[in-house]
Design a protein around this ligand. Sequence first.
Ligand code: SAH
Length: 244
Amino acid sequence: MNGWLCIAGLGPGDAALVTPEVTAAIDAATDVVGYIPYVARITPRAGLTLHPSDNRVELDRAAAALAMAAEGRQVVVVSSGDPGVFAMASAVFEALENRPEWQQLDIRVLPGITAMLAAAARAGAPLGHDFCTINLSDNLKPASLIEARVRAAAEADFAMAFYNPRSASRPDTFGRILALLRGICGPDRLITFARAVSTPDEQIRTVTLAEATPEMADMRTVVLVGNAATRRVGRFVYTPRSAV
Ligand code: SAH
């Protein structure tokens, strides 16, 4: 049988939010490759080999998955959420760059429900007008670039979604981002902290920037900041579709 590689998104956590296309690919696979907690979401079965690996080895993991597909295996690389959002799809294409022999392989990216969309749906419609998405991790870019992008987005009145808002290795960065946002957007701007969306640990909290503290976020939280028109309606938060 011919080898293939799917790069699949498992959604934010709930099995009901995994697409049927992704489920079918996993059911047909001989091998599943990915970060340990994501591979742990796959039910083991005969004929399926699980290859969990640590977080910081994305390129090695991608190359190993491509090598297996080249040998004729049916391989699924799993990410949480969507594989194209701060996840494995780009790593696989990067691993392909200098390997023309792998570029002819049967490779498909299978989308998933990314954290910010699952979080926005819980809150109401905070991303209902123009918005942008920024990864606050400084693993792959300098902190100065992160701050410049947040500043530009806030000044342009985009709503914003922040991934990887806070980690033990950079406890102060998120506090600086909140201060920067308060300076540009003012104290009354709404901000939603959505933690572990669609899992038993889910917590959704909307406050103003004046009330927001860095401790409200951790690595399982996606943070949504409204634009100037974002408001509450009953228990929901929404951003009008119109800017006029
Ligand atoms: N590819 C993933 C994102 C990976 S980066 C996606 O599309 O969702 C990891 C970050 O995603 C976390 O730090 C957090 O900000 C966010 N995240 C992932 N799952 C989440 C969930 N269930 N609830 C809230 N945030 C989540």
